[in-house]
Design a protein around this ligand. Structure first.
Ligand code: SAH
Length: 220
């Protein structure tokens, strides 16, 4: 790993170890998730001015009024998605910085990720290339419609909150697949896990969360 990826001081592996200890205290238990977050340089996904804060347990600005999700949320959502076993094909809605994408890419076979803000997508693409993660396909589109071309998915993870679960996402779930999504208006949202069964959809409320809204349309 080169020097930028490796990090020094507040961006070093030592700092990432402290983040992992914190995540364990917060109840994250999946060893593969913890190991992947230990190995992945989160500081390259934030703007240089924030690099020294990349491993704090907080969301940070990534431009365009958007934020990189806090480490706990990334870990929790990933854990919820993977709890019932390994997944082949996962759709992520809201690439943002690409950090959650990078974590997923190391834990599942193939990741498809969509983002409505083109410059964010481009920056995420560069970071994923720097990490040599080649099992990721990115698309600039409104993810409220999912990504039909590669459906159905074994897992879908949404990192922006719609007021209600978008129908197209439910339709693009394979049987026995899992959708992890924050749902709600304004700041009061609930993280939900939805499992597609043989006969319908099983909904679970997980915990209160605060995400940026899932917005319609695209920004070039
Ligand atoms: N997982 C990202 C989270 C970024 S914030 C990270 O940790 O960096 C949520 C992202 O969802 C933003 O980049 C925002 O532009 C994007 N987003 C919001 N509505 C969207 C939509 N309808 N389709 C695709 N992306 C959307």
């Amino acid at each position: 790993m080169n020097r930028r990826l490796q990090g020094v001081g507040m961006t070093s592996r030592r700092t990432r170890e402290r983040m992992i200890n914190r995540l364990q205290e917060q109840g994250i238990a999946n060893p593969a998730v913890l190991q992947t977050m230990l190995d992945t340089p989160r500081h390259i996904f934030v703007e240089d001015a924030f690099a020294s804060r990349a491993y704090e347990d907080t969301a940070l600005p990534i431009g365009f009024n958007q934020t990189i999700s806090q480490p706990y949320i990334v870990a929790r959502m990933t854990e919820l998605l993977l709890e019932r076993g390994p997944l082949d094909k996962v759709l992520e809605v809201g690439t943002g910085s690409g950090y959650q994408t990078a974590i997923l890419a190391q834990l599942v076979k193939r990741v498809h990720s969509v983002e409505r803000i083109y410059p964010l997508q481009q920056r995420a693409r560069r970071c994923l290339q720097d990490l040599r993660l080649r099992n990721v396909r990115l698309k600039h589109t409104d993810g409220g419609w999912g990504w039909e071309e590669y459906a159905p998915y074994d897992g879908i993870l949404v990192t922006a909150a719609p007021p209600e679960v978008p129908e197209p996402l439910l339709a693009q779930m394979a049987r026995r697949s899992i959708l992890v999504i924050p749902v709600g208006d304004g700041r009061a949202q609930t993280l939900m896990r939805i499992t597609r069964t043989e006969v319908g959809y099983q909904m679970e409320d997980i915990e209160p969360v605060s995400f940026v809204p899932l917005l319609p349309g695209m920004v070039s």
